[in-house]
Design a protein around this ligand. Sequence first.
Ligand SMILES: [Zn+2]
Length: 213
Amino acid sequence: MRIIFLGPPGSGKGTQAQLIVKDFDIQQLSTGDLLRANRRQETELGLEAQIFMDAGDLVPDMLVLDMVKSEFTKPELDQGYILDGFPRTCPQAEGLDKLLTSLDQKLDHVLVLEVPDDELIRRLTARRSCSECGHIYNLVFNPPKTEGICDHDGAALIHRSDDTEKTVQNRLRVYQAQTKPLISHYDKQGLIRHIDGTGNVQDIYQRITATIK
Ligand SMILES: [Zn+2]
């Protein structure tokens, strides 16, 4: 099974992806991880990417696609995969279409996890992180035992600037702007599956499995 998983920050996409990976025995493929692995192993593609990153530039789509391609041909991915964080743009999606065609592979589903903005803002602005160990808490889902204090080391919890309402709203706007064209791209291929991302983890997961099974 080959899946692309789209969802805004705070939608719980990571948690759901982990459940799918385990149940369906497929691999999660994140281009961020792929990029880091290629740089660490100093592959030809990794070294090439490093040049762009050192210059403060984005790694070009073609280079990312080449990394994805070399990954797609590995036997570990025979059962399928979930793509996470890729494609982000229409040119990337078109590149991916060509790559899949050349490998004689087809996508099965493009999942779109949907959560209303006010709920996402509620979840994301409730994040606090430890000033010492960096552990992340959520005042709604996973609060510390003592208010404002890290369970592990007793250090003060801080509200990071990227978790404030204004920044969160901005991240959601960026997501919507990036995702809209992707949804219409895959809608033309009949692959879009909208999933209600509200409620608890198990409820959401059941909606997903009911859709992809
Ligand atoms: Zn701590």
